[in-house]
Design a protein around this ligand. Structure first.
Ligand code: C2O
Length: 515
């Protein structure tokens, strides 16, 4: 095993990813941020220097963090924020996992302003390793011209009436073009300087070469449909789990999910559109400035260098997207594994309600709406033996090792991509309405395993996971606005062992006065 060192400085800088200038939060001035690439078993060491005005924390989305819960980078849960002007070094090993992941700030809504990037783990055990020549990353993100702090502040007022901020544009690897004249019609006009004709991302193809494209939805809100004109996609991975190959023309990908597809450069030498279309039928309102069709270009070696691409969308007509994940008949794990029988059952409801006197619409998991603790983290409270947490923290305590089954019922019209930290979970099933034991269709034979799964509108999802990793693990809707609105709970796994975790004292020192 090797140690991979990274040295990152986070700062605010004004850039114009799609032509419109705005202040963003960047790692080493890059957008998206730097790639972390390692092999299974390697150690990853990232020194994070915070030159921003607010505290931060960096989360390694999908990393299991076996025995190192405090390296999970979740502000107010596994750590206090790294204060402005200070550094903290994350240091963890990659256990037995590989595939496509990403990293992002997990403090306020900072990732929406640019603090995110790809994380790729390789392994000689990957079953599809021989099936491609080159590796390409495509990060899809919805994009807002207004800083996320202002958007959250607006969303958490009566004025928003519970409607989420709608993006102004979409980006692929941090680029796209935009019609500057739309700014005045935007949901939040900026008046910022805008230069037309910003370049799109271009991916160079060589004829007869085979590519593995790792598609990551690094956005805040939008579910995308992804396709490449004239090219089949052979899907081989979902959220770090190898799949039996399936040939498709397009797929939906919700916030924080990842898919790898194999693409053969077997078409006529030319330019082809890569299409990432936001599924705006999953939004509550329109933003007149938004063009939901995000483009990049696949350019074969020898094709003309132009953005005037004429390839035809070959997939859209048959596609009626209903804001849910790819179904089980498409996604079958390569290494089949039955879901272990459950020892413990947990029931969680997810809803939006206006129940406080201030008339603000908030997200509730059961009857709790999450608010980050100031200057403390729940893992330190658990170490101190606190069993009655602040009322804004919903803690589900799992005292013994075993298999936990979680039923989530969604009483909201939106669909929600729920992510569980530190674990892979078995997705036994999902559907509309209520889950009826014995009647609703579930798969325990070879269920999909992943770390982010979409709970349908007014529907249910049933998952299981193995409880063997002591710590505080966030479980939340990955739509950033919904997390800010409170859609988050925490599993307190094995409290007796949390007490024994050797958390470095420099971490508790970051908690400041209240510690
Ligand atoms: Cu991608 Cu709670 O994180």
């Amino acid at each position: 095993p090797t140690t991979r060192y990274y040295d990152w400085t986070l700062s605010q800088q004004t850039i114009a990813p799609d032509g419109l200038e705005r202040p963003m939060l960047l790692v080493n001035g890059m957008f998206p941020g730097p790639l972390i690439e390692a092999n299974t078993g390697d150690r990853i060491v990232v020194k994070v220097t915070n030159n921003m005005v607010n505290g931060t924390a960096i989360h390694w989305h999908g990393m299991f963090q076996n025995g190192t819960n405090w390296m999970d980078g979740t502000m107010a849960i596994t750590q206090c924020a790294i204060p402005p002007g200070q550094s903290f070094t994350y240091n963890y090993t990659v256990p037995n996992q590989w595939g496509t992941y990403w990293w992002h700030a997990h403090a306020q809504s900072q990732y929406v302003d640019g603090v995110f990037g790809p994380l790729v783990i390789h392994s000689p055990d990957e079953p599809h390793l021989d099936e491609y020549d080159e590796d390409i990353i495509m990060m899809l993100s919805d994009y807002y011209h207004t800083d996320s702090g202002s958007l959250v502040a607006w969303y958490m007022t009566t004025e928003s009436e519970g409607v989420e901020p709608v993006p102004d544009n979409g980006l692929i690897n941090g680029r796209n073009t935009w019609d500057c004249s739309l700014d005045s019609q935007a949901m939040f006009p900026t008046g910022n300087k805008c230069t037309p004709g910003a370049p799109m991302s271009v991916f160079d193809f060589k004829s007869n070469t085979t590519y593995r494209i790792r598609v990551i939805n690094s956005g805040a809100f939008a579910d995308f449909t992804f396709s490449i004109d004239s090219h089949n996609l052979t899907l081989i991975e979902a959220d770090g789990v190898d799949m039996q190959p399936v040939v498709i023309q397009r797929f939906p990908i919700h916030v924080a999910q990842r898919y790898s597809v194999i693409v053969h450069a077997n078409q006529t030498v030319d330019n082809y559109w890569v299409r990432a279309t936001m599924n705006t039928n999953c939004f509550n309102v329109d933003n007149a400035a938004l063009n939901p069709n995000t483009f990049a270009i696949v350019r074969y070696e020898g094709a003309p260098i132009t953005e005037n691409v004429t390839s035809i969308d070959w997939s859209e007509s048959a596609w009626n997207h209903i804001c849910v994940d790819l179904t089980e008949d498409m996604l079958k794990p390569y290494y089949s594994e039955p879901a272990p029988a459950a020892d413990t059952h947990v029931y969680i409801t997810s809803s939006f309600q206006t129940i406080e006197a201030d008339q603000i619409n908030r997200g509730y998991m059961n009857s709790t709406s999450w608010v980050p603790l100031a200057n403390d983290a729940t893992v330190f409270q658990a170490q101190r033996g606190i069993s009655k947490f602040d009322a804004t923290q919903q803690i589900i305590t799992l005292n013994s090792t075993g298999v936990v089954e979680v039923l989530i019922n969604n009483y909201d019209e939106g669909s929600h991509p729920f992510h569980f930290h530190g674990h892979m979970f078995y997705v036994l099933g999902w559907g509309d309405g209520n889950y009826v034991p014995g009647k609703s269709v579930i798969n325990t034979e070879n269920p999909l395993r992943r770390d982010t799964s979409t709970i349908p509108s007014y529907g249910w999802t049933l998952i299981r996971f193995v409880n063997d990793n002591p710590g505080m693990w966030a479980f939340h809707c990955h739509i950033e606005w919904h997390m800010e609105a409170g859609l988050m709970v925490q599993f307190e796994s094995l409290p007796d062992q949390i007490k024994n975790l050797q958390i470095p004292s420099e971490m508790t020192a970051m908690c400041g006065a209240s510690k």
